[in-house]
Design a binder for this molecule. Structure first.
Ligand code: R1P
Ligand code: URA
Length: 291
């Protein structure tokens, strides 16, 4: 087995991985991703017990138990570049032997569920509503650094998306990955389902204009009109495509849940976004602890 060198897999003096500062035994089989480091305690306060807490940079993690499930909740910070770090390091923690620096022969498949905030791209998905993403469609380019492929349907969705949005290839090479169907099936009642578009920024990439002009100002109006068979685009945020794309390549089961805090068609923002995310946390934990 090929040994992974010190510069590629970075392990600190206490045997923990470089950015997350977690030990292999700190990772539960079900991992909840939240963007905001302050949201970690808002999730773990619902656990029956918390056995370990880690904190380094924006990556705070708590591992504990809720009912008969062991859960880890970890903050990813904002954006797909952080997801590259969090997913690769979590995967290394469970699938690479830190003593021999070799890949385990039997690989672990984590269940990874994001509980995040998002902007709606449909009139009928109001602020304070919930979306479970059927697909993550990335205009953030992260997955293009890894070898990856698409099935026929995904390829067709991408082609139609490029034709419809007129997104320039020098700006983005879009990619798409489906949710874990095994996880998605638990999140039906009370959730809208649809394609989540993941952007590499909150302002220009999501069509927000404050003082700067945009290269594709019509993108924000074209996204809500996009359809492919039963599929439509429901929302915008900054992590889902990277989680779905990298997660699938690494063999993990991924799902993204989103509390809608902004409606970009109606131009509204939640009157109480903290309450909206708290409601999603409670609903998601209720479902996760019951299957
Ligand atoms: C932007 O405000 C952030 O909020 C959304 C976006 O994806 C981005 O990370 O998610 P979180 O609430 O999980 O951070
Ligand atoms: N998060 C985003 O990325 N966009 C929004 O509009 C709201 C939350």
């Amino acid at each position: 087995m090929q040994k992974i060198e010190e510069s590629e897999l970075i392990i600190n003096n206490r045997g923990a991985i470089y950015h997350l500062d977690m030990l292999p035994e700190d990772v539960a089989d079900t991992v909840i991703f939240v963007g905001d480091p302050g949201r970690v305690k808002e999730v773990s306060k619902h656990f029956d017990t918390v056995e370990v807490r880690n904190e380094h940079r924006e990556f705070i993690s708590h591992t504990g138990r809720l009912g008969n499930k062991r859960l880890t909740v970890i903050s990813t910070g904002i954006g797909p570049d952080n997801i590259d770090i969090v997913l690769n390091e979590l995967d290394a923690l469970v699938n690479i032997d830190f003593k021999t620096r070799t890949i385990n022969t039997v690989l672990k498949h984590l269940n990874i569920i994001r509980i995040g905030t998002s902007g709606s791209l449909q009139k009928d998905i109001p602020v304070d509503g919930f979306v479970a993403s059927s697909h993550g469609l990335g205009i953030d380019n992260l997955l293009n650094f890894y070898t990856h492929g698409n099935n026929d349907e995904e390829q067709q969705i991408l082609q139609q998306f490029i034709n419809h949005t007129q997104i320039d290839a020098s700006v983005s090479q879009p990619y798409i990955t489906g949710a874990s169907s095994g996880l998605l099936k638990h999140f039906v009642d009370g959730f809208h389902h649809g394609i989540t578009v993941t952007c590499p920024g909150f302002f220009g990439p999501q069509g927000r204009v404050l003082r700067l002009g945009l290269t594709n100002p019509k993108l924000i109006d074209r996204l809500p009109e996009f359809t492919f068979g039963q599929h439509r685009i429901t929302n915008f945020e900054m992590e889902t495509s990277a989680i779905y794309g990298l997660g699938k390549l690494l063999g993990h089961h991924c799902l993204s849940l989103n509390a809608i805090v902004a409606n970009r068609v109606e131009k509204t923002f939640s009157k109480d976004s903290q309450k909206a995310i708290e409601n999603l946390i409670v609903k998601a934990l209720g479902i996760i602890s019951s299957y």
